[in-house]
Ligand binder design. Structure first.
Ligand code: HSE
Length: 432
């Protein structure tokens, strides 16, 4: 490969945890990257919010700093957007495309809400839009879906795509902590943000589910199409009950293709201990892909953090820079299937319903009858002596697959029985 190509001008927008690691990696590996790209990568600027604020990056030439992200985006061949959020990231990316730059971004919220606009602008400009780091941090998952599995048919993806919530659930499982205490511990260790809402309530995972579903099913799925339930309703008692039946609770992003459309959802679920996703501990991520010819594949690694995420960003940077050198492009948006997004009520799921019941004859028969009356079939029932006082027992019912829509009716019918003192918890069971 000739190394006589002119330098590829690179602008980095945002110099936080990930941006500073990207700059560090690009500078530290300059000679290797030059050989891999076929041209030197020339850093032409780094956009920050406040040029007078201290940087996490020693040795960066202050002359490279600017607060004008949009202006900088117009002066590069490749723009690496790591500002996050919608604006000014969106305007800067659109400005980059208008001036003929390719874009690498880790911005899942922007892609999940404005994906078609960005793809359209990239296509009109004849440039690349790459975003491997937006899902699963360092884990190569989008390129495998878009390229390696392009000859196969993906039927379902189950993902642990949020490290914060996986860490929190892991602490609840391992140490018997309540959710709030586990979140506090995650904040102290720097896993959770000061405002953990985006992670805890599943918004972050829903954006990632939308990106996965769009790529896997060649269909436009936005974050609004994703059913979302976070982990704030998961209690220590739920975790203990899951352990007792050989499960762990995970926040799953599940996207599935059916003949009539795509269902995308994010919610906590019981995962059997023998499923590979059950062993994903701490803040790690994993994406479990089911495809017709390939069978099951699991992609595992660090889903967050400066250096791991920078690995994926710089990988994309090398790819799009190579494309600039060879005047070619990677795959653009693929929406030829255009499947409808189906509501979560169309999903078929197993449920675990935990009840506190009166410990007297006929209770089991009464509970079974109302569940059967709703057309839901029971897989297993487990009764343990009550931890809620004399004369009460804990009853756990696991159903066979049933329509989500039938669940609410079933739970309401069970809750209405005289012999049921309390519906203590309802959780989906996945991964079988
Ligand atoms: N906040 C995310 C997580 C990382 O906890 O996994 C960035 O997507």
């Amino acid at each position: 490969m000739s190394l006589n190509h002119r330098p590829i001008d690179v602008a980095v927008l945002g110099c936080g945890t990930v941006g500073s690691e990207v700059v560090r990696l690009v500078q530290a590996s300059a000679a290797d990257l030059r050989s891999r790209v076929g041209a030197p990568l020339a850093l032409v600027g780094v956009a920050v919010k406040d040029v007078t604020a201290p940087l996490a990056l020693a040795g960066l030439d202050p002359a490279l700093l600017t607060e004008d992200a949009v202006g900088l985006a117009r002066r590069a061949d490749v723009v690496v957007e790591l500002i996050g959020g919608i604006e000014p990231a969106r305007s800067a990316i659109l400005a980059a495309f208008e001036s003929g730059a390719s874009v690498v971004t880790a911005n899942k919220a922007l892609l999940a809400s404005h994906g078609p606009e960005l793809y359209g602008a990239a296509e009109r400009a004849g440039v690349d839009l790459y975003f491997e780091a937006s899902v699963g941090g360092a884990i190569p998952i989008l390129r495998p879906i878009r390229e390696s599995l392009a000859g196969d048919t993906i039927t379902r993806i189950l993902g642990i795509v949020n490290g914060t919530t996986n860490y929190v659930l892991d602490r609840m499982t391992g140490e018997g902590l309540e959710l709030d205490d586990a979140v506090r511990q995650a904040q102290e260790l720097g896993y959770a943000e000061a405002d953990p809402t985006a992670d805890v309530e599943g918004f972050d995972a829903a954006s990632k589910a939308a990106i996965l579903a769009s790529l896997a099913f060649h269909t436009r799925i936005s974050a609004d199409d994703v059913y979302r339930e976070g982990i704030s309703g998961v209690s220590r008692a739920d975790v203990a009950a899951a352990s007792a039946t050989g499960h762990v609770i995970k926040l799953l992003a599940i996207v599935e293709r059916r003949a009539d459309g795509v269902i995308a959802r994010v919610h906590p679920a019981l995962v059997p201990l023998e499923h590979p996703l059950a062993s994903v501990r701490g803040a790690f991520n994993a994406i479990y892909v089911e495809a017709e010819a390939a069978g099951e594949l699991m992609f595992y690694g660090r889903g967050a953090g400066g250096r791991p995420t920078a690995s994926a960003v710089v990988g994309d940077l090398v790819t799009v820079a190579r494309h600039k050198v060879s005047a070619t492009l990677g795959p653009g948006e693929s929406t030829y299937l255009s499947l409808p997004a189906l509501p979560v009520t169309a999903a078929l799921t197993r449920f675990q319903i935990r009840l506190v019941v009166k410990d007297q004859p006929g209770v089991l028969a009464a509970v079974s009858r109302v569940i059967a009356d709703e057309g839901v079939s029971i897989e297993a029932v487990r009764q343990t002596p009550g931890s809620h006082g004399a004369g009460l027992a804990d009853l756990t019912v696991v159903t066979h697959r049933a329509a989500e829509g039938a669940l609410a009716k079933t739970v309401a019918a069970v809750a209405g029985l005289d012999v049921v003192a309390e519906v203590a918890g309802v959780l989906r069971v996945e991964g079988d």
